[in-house]
Design a protein around this ligand. Sequence first.
Ligand SMILES: Nc1ncnc2c1ncn2[C@@H]1O[C@H](COP(=O)(O)OP(=O)(O)OP(=O)(O)O)[C@@H](O)[C@H]1O
Ligand SMILES: [Mg+2]
Length: 257
Amino acid sequence: MLRSEKICVRFGGLVAVDHVSLTVEEGTIHAIIGPNGAGKTTFFNTISGAEKPAEGKVFFRDEDITGLPPHRIAEKGIGRTFQNIKLFNSMSVLENVLCGMHLNVRSNIVQDMLGMSFQRREERELLEKCESLLKQVGLYDKRDLKANNLPYGEQRKLEIVRAMATDASLLMLDEPAAGMNPTETRELMQFIRKINDEGLTILLIEHDVRMVMTLADKITVLDHGIKIAEGSAEDVRHDANVIEAYLGKSYRGAVDV
Ligand SMILES: Nc1ncnc2c1ncn2[C@@H]1O[C@H](COP(=O)(O)OP(=O)(O)OP(=O)(O)O)[C@@H](O)[C@H]1O
Ligand SMILES: [Mg+2]
């Protein structure tokens, strides 16, 4: 579904991503792990169009999307969330999801839609779709709250829903469990598994190793911008380079969700 070929990103003298090639298979949960500064977010930024690679190519469904602007890439069906939550804090929960849908609207009507009467069929359908997404994640009852009044875990969920609202078929999540308590993390894992079961392909950056080992079909490990290992959870957790660079020896294995 997604293929990067020898992606390189440099910031001055620093090589943040160093010839990284990887293939994300449709329908899978594919995780990218590695220590701080390994280049994980920079790799995401290159896929989503926020960063242009100095070298290398990105293909989505065999189409070369290298260097396209972010909105064009989003239109093709790649949604993402951010390491630091980026919601429209003064807008309601529902309005945040409507903004995510903006991409699917033939005319630029989101601004008109906010706070008005949803007369037209197209508008009503969008509203119903947003509401149905919010019901799926248990945020429907909070649809009129301002985004920044949600607890942290729910803000993360809302950001995921907003990314899904673009009709994404590939969803890239950058540390979705960061700052979550164990209950929120478990709920998030169940949610990610559910949307994956329903057909969304997931590319996941996460430091919660148990979450990654539990969910991921395939794991790519980056260190200093370089891909040092790739494979199933079992392959990766026994890889001497990965233990040395990242996992340490105390990792305890997957959990049931
Ligand atoms: N815009 C930028 N300008 C200069 N250097 C940058 C920029 N963005 C990232 N870097 C550097 O590139 C390297 C990779 O950063 P990146 O944020 O991709 O790492 P990461 O794997 O996501 O780390 P973390 O786990 O801490 O989020 C780091 O050394 C970082 O300081
Ligand atoms: Mg990062």
